[in-house]
Design a protein around this ligand. Sequence first.
Ligand code: KIV
Length: 333
Amino acid sequence: MLELSTNAPFAAIILPASSKTRTGSIRPVCGGALEDIVSLTPIGEPRHKITIATIREKKLRREPITCLTAYDYATARLVDEAGIDIALVGDSLAMTMLGYENTLSVTVDEMLHHVRAVRRGVKDALLIADMPYGSYQVDPKDAIQNAARFVKEGGAEAVKMEGGEKRADVIRRVIDAEIPVAGHIGLTPQSVNIMGGYKVQGKTLNAIEQLMRDAVALDRAGVACIYLEGIPREVAAMITVEVETPTIGIGAGPDCDGQVLVFHDLVNLTFGHPAKFVRRYGDAAALITQAVLAFKADVASHQFPNDAESYHLPKETQAALETVLLRKQALRR
Ligand code: KIV
């Protein structure tokens, strides 16, 4: 029989000593023997936390996985509170938030600054942080150290790295260091100079074969999910069937296990012509511009702020002030 310990801030389900079944995180609390504690759930909080196990289960149940990028506290809260499964602090923030030309120049420290802000806004979504260019391609030790910074300093629950077969070894080493990794293949923006631009990948038989090898290598390495970017729908569908790992598409058609969009594309904050795969669900640029212009006009015409938007002195202070001013006036005469 299960026994529920109640004399501590956590409800710890204790298994009878004879039971052999054990799952979940194991920490000694409230007097239960270490090996007997199978679950630690804060009392009173319903658990909606998305983990890498949740997204695997979603693939098995054929329930679409949702992912949006989030780059700061406000977007993180909106994405999380809307019930999106994964908040991805993508290195696309190099362009959307920092105005760089591409993703290549953003640094680990710049990424961490945003990951920490998103961490403060996200409660339930799985938080994945992009490893920027140069932080994992050079030396596996650096890769592990940088990945660990995203977990320890940023609060990320997984990191994302671009590349397939050729990245499998370093990905395995990072996973061995207890850090879940998301893979990313197809149009990988950190390879823009090698690809000669942002071009749809996997259009020839050789390229399809390479993409399949990349996907299988990541699957075998044990990644948490695979982002498929900018590849033909037919190829994404084949990969999705082939691998056990959930696939999350962007410009990869509807047959992936999940879909991701860049938040700024979703709400028209990107200032350019959107790619074919982008669907704009809102026009934040129009909304913000309208608000900014209205503020400017109201200030210019003395309509903002009005009396109701101003603070006022208490009546007694007002009366006392008037007396003082009258006395001063009298003295000046
Ligand atoms: O950086 C990013 O936003 C990404 C997604 C587009 C997958 O990598």
